[in-house]
Ligand binder design. Structure first.
Ligand code: FAD
Length: 513
């Protein structure tokens, strides 16, 4: 009896050891259940497409790409990984428009979310109701816009670029010039369907499974795969007055921006619908395509005179039959603003043309071979109390002085009251903070220079104690992540343990893996 018992123990030990040994190697797809096996793609071309992203900076080789035909397939894949002694990592990939490998995995599986965009298998697609729209996590915002416009409706909060997936932007926040008024996209979600890190499909909202709901919004893909989002809608305007106001002084520029987002003295319907801002630097390439040919030379002279010009971008929506009314509203809005006299420029375009404005830049850049090249971007939230130090130290002190092509630099304030602090997204601890986006494009041989400059900017903020928070945060050490999340770290960690205990999801963010 003793002999046979010992033998059984030895046998089971050896099988465990064998299992561990074989699984320190990449797992074998042959272990996968048959129905998953046919959806795991390993051909070199598909693998290489998922080994890069819009940033073209980080490269990671997945073991396989998963092409789900239904949401249930994603559950099964996650369950299968959890069933292994050493689970493999899984990265949902929306459009791969991250810039630092966030939608990649080394030796794990990338889920190609776009495969769900078909009408089979009860996948979600886009279904428009009276005041909300249900969309699959794989859908891209331009398609959401088109479907809603057909019914005279529109989401209220946007990103500047619409070829991003709903799951991808809701995993970050989704911000643009409408954020000051309606909050980020994550503040405009009524309900989600999520496949958790254990493979459970869960519906959640502020009243149902709320912990998961708050975790996933701004959660950097750590807690589950978003397969459906219910998004708030309002009536769609037809047209847009799109203004740019030029400033030669940072403090008047920022005071005017802050006034415009404060609704001071105006009720909400008369407020602007969109406020952003940007720099015009005396550095090539200077993009003056917004301005009429006849205005470009005086704009250029102003830039040369001051080296740095700040631009407020202000938009007011209207319907075709209220043209006079909108002109009056704009007059009221710009009254008392301190832009350089006469340096105010206006365009009148359709609502869709305005929202989809970055797509025309994309087409131009693609035609010049300047789209699929490195993007060493840096996106930050800077507290209002330190924005002028940031102007002196970063815009004038680093960017202007070092004179490496700055690319597009976006600067605009938003209101913290429109964010929900229960959500995972991280913001500075002040009522108003500024979005600062350094959207650079460079050839491979100059990449290091830009990365160095980004590091200098981050270091400068640290040295002078500007409590800046990165948006679309990039890989950090454990200590840096703890600092990034601040008071939210403990909750974030607990939520990970609750919803993805084996730390399978979105390893490319580099938080737990
Ligand atoms: P991916 O890069 O595919 O994924 C990003 C992260 O989300 C990864 O961790 C991934 O695993 C996870 N993920 C993807 N899908 C899901 C899902 N369904 N469920 C759970 N997790 C998921 N952002 C703004 O806020 N405002 C802007 O104005 C803006 N403009 C941009 C303009 C351009 C040209 C580009 C390239 C990016 C811009 N972004 C902007 C950034 C963009 O919102 C993020 O990079 C976003 O993640 C891109 O979506 P994606 O579908 O490509 O995500």
């Amino acid at each position: 009896f003793l002999f046979s018992k010992t033998l059984m123990i030895l046998l089971s030990l050896s099988s465990i050891i064998h299992k561990i040994e074989s699984q320190t190697q990449p797992w074998s797809p042959l272990d996968a259940p048959k129905e998953l096996l046919q959806m795991l793609i390993r051909d070199p071309l598909t693998l290489s497409l998922a080994s890069t992203d819009f940033g073209h900076i980080v490269h990671q080789n997945a073991f396989a790409i998963f092409a789900p035909s239904s949401i249930n397939d994603i559950s099964k894949l996650i369950e299968f990984s959890n069933s292994l002694l050493i689970p493999f990592t899984i990265a949902a990939r929306g459009q791969g428009h991250s810039v630092n490998g966030q939608s990649m995995t080394n030796d794990g599986v990338v889920v190609n979310m776009t495969e769900l965009n078909n009408n089979n298998n009860n996948n979600n697609g886009i279904v428009v109701f009276d005041d909300y729209v249900d969309v699959g996590g794989e859908q891209i915002w331009i398609h959401v816009l088109h479907a809603c416009l057909e019914k005279g409706l529109t989401p209220l909060s946007w990103t500047d670029y619409l070829y991003l997936s709903v799951g991808g932007t809701l995993s970050n926040a989704g911000i643009s010039g409408q954020t000051f008024r309606f909050g980020p996209q994550i503040s405009n979600v009524h309900e989600l369907d999520v496949v958790t890190g254990e493979g459970d499909l869960v519906t959640c909202s502020t009243t149902k499974n709320s912990e998961l709901f708050y975790a996933v919004l701004g959660g950097l893909g750590q807690f589950g795969v978003i397969t459906r989002a219910r998004i708030a809608l309002g009536p769609a305007p037809q047209r847009v007055k799109w203004l740019r106001l030029l400033y030669n002084n940072f403090s008047t520029f920022s005071q005017d921006q802050e006034q415009l987002i404060s609704f001071n003295g105006i009720n909400e319907t008369n407020a602007p619908n969109y406020i952003e801002g940007m720099l015009l630097l005396n550095q090539p390439p200077l993009d003056l395509s917004f301005y009429l040919e006849t205005d470009r030379s005086r704009v250029t002279s102003l830039i040369i005179q001051y080296n740095i010009i700040y631009v407020i971008e202000l938009v007011k929506y209207y319907d075709a039959n209220s043209q006079d009314h909108v002109d009056q509203e704009i007059e009221t809005l710009v009254q008392g603003l301190n832009f350089v006299p006469t340096f105010i420029f206006e365009k009148d375009v359709s609502y869709e043309e305005f929202l989809n404005r970055v797509h025309s830049d994309e087409l131009t850049l693609r035609s010049q071979g300047l789209w699929d090249i490195p993007h060493p971007w840096l996106n930050m939230f800077v507290p209002k109390s330190r924005i002028s130090d940031f102007d002196e130290g970063v815009f004038k002190g680093i960017i202007l002085k070092q004179n490496i092509t700055a690319g597009l630099v976006i600067v605009y304030p938003i209101n913290k009251t429109k964010w929900n602090d229960n959500m995972s997204a991280v913001t500075p601890n002040e009522e108003i903070f500024y979005v600062v986006s350094l959207l650079r494009t460079t050839k491979f041989d100059k990449l290091e220079e830009f990365q160095d400059q980004n590091q200098q900017i981050i270091q400068f903020c640290k040295d002078v104690g500007i409590g800046m928070k990165q948006y679309l945060p990039q890989k950090k050490t454990h200590e840096e992540w703890v600092e990034h999340f601040g008071h939210k770290w403990e909750v974030f960690e607990n939520r990970k343990a609750q919803f993805d205990p084996n730390k399978i999801l979105s390893p490319g963010q580099g938080i737990f893996n």
